[in-house]
Design a protein around this ligand. Structure first.
Ligand SMILES: *Cc1c(COP(=O)(O)O)cnc(C)c1O
Length: 409
């Protein structure tokens, strides 16, 4: 077993590549032909491995899926056109009318909206404070099919009670789904806390350059699919380890069609080669910036799991290789957050996370505006909260820029 980056760099060549190419080429063909017509039928009937039509599988996308499976130490992965398409595949492929989700209340805004959207399709969600397993346990019903959490929540950086929730799900035979986007597979493997499925938005740290969208679901092998009630009879003819991914491939990817393009898969794979280097630098920059802000009398609060006063600092230190590239903060009331942002020279006022460039955004006025003040308050989001996605710039430059902006008020 090689290390994280060595594995990513050399994984494609574990299978033979044309002309000794150092990475998997972009296969743009939508359909795949067979010299023997019987072979085509065997591929369609699942008797033989092979590609048939681009929406259901493509060699360049498979190469990326293999890479992400290795990154997560899982058994299989399935890529989608965006992180939300991957999350949306969970109810489409695995849930039925009458089923129930227990979800962290501290969620990526669009995921939170998605759980509300599917209420009209008969799938209900209980939103709980997932920093304490007792809240998750209290919300379970006989119809609960999945428990869904993020690792570090965006933007307030609450860390879910991952180990305890994993144990609870294991004891009850419930599928535990973890969105690992905020930590990335470099900082954390949700498999170690019993997650059966892991979501990664490939748009963020894994690709890293703000130029491509993608999403992925990885089956870690930790969940026994024999316990899952919604597996279709035709899927049950296959090996149980593949039931989850195969049902997701059929019912969600094939039938709804949100497939990743081969060009995007290639771009993401190239970005992934440097993920560990980028994330290490981002986490180091984030820690230095949050220490600077926490020491300033212009700042009312800083939220970052790397700071000792963060409520889940201990858990974050225990589970994650570093504390992530996202933090949020509140300025003292006399400082208008828009004036402060406009004073900064390096960070770009923009949404998005995990980019090479430092991005900064006032949360209540933008990404969480649609939610309204009441729901924001329930998620711990104050009206003046500012989120920072820390990039890989030279730390001295970032520190000097924040220091000059603070000094201006
Ligand atoms: C960005 C993000 C998503 C959605 O990913 P897209 O690729 O933008 O669709 C899901 N979960 C988390 C935690 C995210 O940060």
């Amino acid at each position: 077993m090689t290390g994280f980056t060595t594995t990513i760099l050399h994984n494609d060549r574990q299978s033979e590549i044309e002309h000794g190419s150092i990475h998997k080429p972009i296969h743009s063909a939508v359909t795949f032909g067979y010299a023997d017509a019987r072979e085509l039928a065997d591929v369609f009937q699942g008797k033989k491995a092979g590609y048939r039509y681009g929406r259901q599988g493509n060699p360049t996308v498979t190469a990326l899926e293999d890479k992400i499976t290795k990154m997560e130490n899982g058994v299989a992965s399935l890529c989608f056109s965006s992180g939300m398409a991957a999350i949306g595949a969970i109810p489409l492929g695995l849930l039925k009318n009458g089923d129930h989700i227990v979800s962290s209340a501290f969620l990526f805004g669009n995921t939170s909206n998605l759980w509300q959207t599917i209420t009209s399709l008969g799938v209900s969600t209980s939103f709980v404070d997932a920093t304490n397993v007792a809240n998750v346990e209290a919300a379970l019903t006989p119809n609960t099919r999945i428990v869904f959490v993020e690792t570090i929540a965006n933007p307030r950086t609450q860390v879910a009670d991952l180990k305890e929730i994993g144990e609870l799900c294991q004891a009850r035979g419930i599928l535990f789904v973890v969105d690992n986007t905020m930590t990335s597979p470099f900082l954390f493997h949700p498999k170690t806390v019993g997650a059966g499925l892991v979501i990664n938005s490939l748009t963020k740290a894994i690709s890293g350059h703000g130029d491509v969208l993608g999403g992925c679901i990885t089956d870690t092998g930790a969940y026994d699919w024999n316990l899952y009630p919604n597996i279709a009879p035709n899927i049950k003819k296959q090996a149980p380890a593949m039931w989850g991914i195969n049902q997701l491939r059929g019912k969600a990817l094939r039938d709804f069609g949100a497939c990743l393009s081969p060009d995007a898969a290639h771009q993401i794979a190239i970005g992934a080669e440097t993920m560990a280097l980028r994330v290490e630098r981002q986490c180091s920059n984030a820690l230095q910036l949050t220490e600077l802000l926490a020491a300033s009398d212009k700042v009312a609060a800083v939220h970052y799991p790397g700071l000792k006063n963060h409520p889940q600092h201990g858990l974050s230190s225990e589970l994650f290789k570093a504390h992530g590239s996202i933090f949020s903060f509140e300025l003292k009331p006399h400082i208008d957050c828009f004036d402060f942002l406009n004073r900064l020279n390096i960070p770009i006022s923009a949404t998005h996370l995990g980019d090479n460039r430092t991005l900064i955004i006032p949360v209540a006025h933008t990404i969480f505006f649609e939610m309204g003040q009441e729901r924001r308050a329930a998620m711990g989001i104050s009206e003046s909260l500012v989120r920072v996605s820390v990039g890989i710039e030279d730390s001295d430059d970032l520190l000097a820029d924040f220091a000059q902006a603070l000094a201006a008020f």
